[in-house]
Every structure is written in structure tokens, then in C-alpha cells.
Ligand binder design. Structure first.
Ligand code: DX5
Ligand code: ZN
Length: 215
């Protein structure tokens, strides 16, 4: 199976969000990647529920929500109500990660944990079997359009090994600086889903960019 692609709406044109959502609906992309930032966990603020509501209304593909916020637990019900399919929380932001994961699943969403570039995959040893996906950050979270960190390949390979050893079906997602030049190598390392912001919305031919990333 080819890579799943989740275009990140952070790089969309917010003045014409509707038209960018329709583009993704009609493209061969797979999910909508939604980056929620609170200005506390990461040094940037993106958008919240009013925007998510507008996305939910028009989007015809699953909403893959990446929470870069402190105290995610306080808002999980609201994210479930706003149509979240996959809910990703940061390892670095959750003190009681096991509880947070159980809550995400009890609300009917799929559960995923995100690791920053400096967090080793080994921290997932006692939670991996509870997860639907692991998101490996290939840039430091907070901004679109950053440069891909090559050490990501090593982490994806290590995680793939952990998943295989345990006979799990956990998906591996990679987010940050993904484009056609590194997508094949990520797929070979074991990635199943990639996020692409700038590489899709900044491309002259956005459909071609998605196809090239999918492979
Ligand atoms: C960064 C976000 C990413 C970002 C990806 O904190 O999590 O999803 O939008 O954008 P690109 O693909 O441009 O690096
Ligand atoms: Zn993201």
C-alpha cells in the first residue's frame, strides 16, 4: 500500500479556506491534518474550535488532529464533538499519558502519541500496545515550512522494529518538512502516513505534489 498523505491546513490560505478544503476533498490525499497550537506548549498560536467547526462542515475525509497544547484532557470532548478521527497528543505535554489515551479512546477517537525530535521512541515501550498511531516529529513543532531532520529515518526504523516485535498494527506518521525528495525513504523506513504542508500548498501543481509524495 502506498503512503497515506495528510495535507496540513496550517499552510492553507485562511482567506480561502473553503476552496483549499474542497481541493483536498477532490484530491487523492487521504486525511486532513489539523495543527492546534496554544502558544504555551509551542511558541505559536494557530486556531481553535471555530475554525475546526468550519473544516468539519466541508471536509469529506478524516480529520487528523495534532494537539500542540498543554492540558489536552480539558478539551478532548470538544475535539470529539468536532469530528476528530485521529487525536494526537504530545508525550512531552501529558503527565498522565495512559489516562489521556484511555479518554481519547472512550470518546470514540483513535489515539496517537507524538514525539518531539529529541524524545527517543523507547519512551513508548509501556504504552505502544494502546496506540493506533505514533507521530514522529521531523521538525520541532510550531511552524510549517521547516527543514526535515534526517535522524527521523533512524527513529522510524526503531519504532517499526518495536511494532513488529510486538505484532501490533500501530501506524507510523511523520510530520515536518516532508516532500517528494524524502517520502520514499520514509516509506522504506516504515512510515505509513506523512503530513505535508508547504510541499502541497506551496507547490505550483498541488495534485502532482500529493501524487509524488504518495508514490
Ligand atoms: C508543525 C506542524 C506541521 C506543519 C507541517 O508544528 O505540526 O504539521 O504544518 O508543515 P510542513 O510540511 O510545511 O513542514
Ligand atoms: Zn502537525
Amino acid at each position: 500500500m502506498s503512503l497515506l498523505v495528510a495535507p496540513s491546513l496550517l499552510s492553507a490560505d485562511f482567506g480561502n479556506l473553503s476552496s483549499d478544503i474542497r481541493f483536498v476533498n477532490e484530491s487523492n490525499a487521504d486525511w486532513f491534518h489539523i495543527d492546534v497550537m496554544d502558544g504555551v506548549f509551542v511558541p505559536n498560536i494557530s486556531f481553535g474550535f471555530p475554525v475546526l467547526k468550519a473544516v468539519q462542515k466541508e471536509a469529506k475525509k478524516p480529520l487528523d488532529v495534532h494537539l500542540m497544547i498543554k492540558d489536552a484532557d480539558l478539551y478532548l470532548e470538544e475535539f470529539a464533538k468536532h469530528g476528530t478521527y485521529m487525536c494526537s497528543v504530545h508525550f512531552e505535554a501529558c503527565t498522565h499519558l495512559h489516562r489521556t489515551i484511555q479518554k481519547i479512546k472512550s470518546l470514540g477517537m483513535k489515539a496517537s502519541v507524538v514525539l518531539n525530535p529529541s524524545t527517543p521512541v523507547s519512551v513508548l515501550e509501556d504504552i505502544l500496545h494502546e496506540l493506533d498511531m505514533v507521530l514522529i516529529m521531523s521538525v520541532n513543532p510550531g511552524f510549517g515550512g521547516q527543514k526535515f531532520i534526517p535522524h527521523t529515518y533512524v527513529k522510524v526504523r526503531q519504532l517499526k522494529q518495536m511494532i513488529s516485535t510486538r505484532c501490533l498494527q500501530t501506524l507510523i506518521q511523520v510530520d515536518g518538512g516532508v516532500d517528494p525528495s524524502n517520502a520514499r525513504q520514509l516509506e522504506e523506513a516504515g512510515a505509513n502516513v506523512v503530513v505535508a504542508g508547504n510541499a502541497v500548498f506551496g507547490a505550483a501543481d498541488r495534485s502532482l505534489a500529493i501524487s509524488q509524495i504518495k508514490g
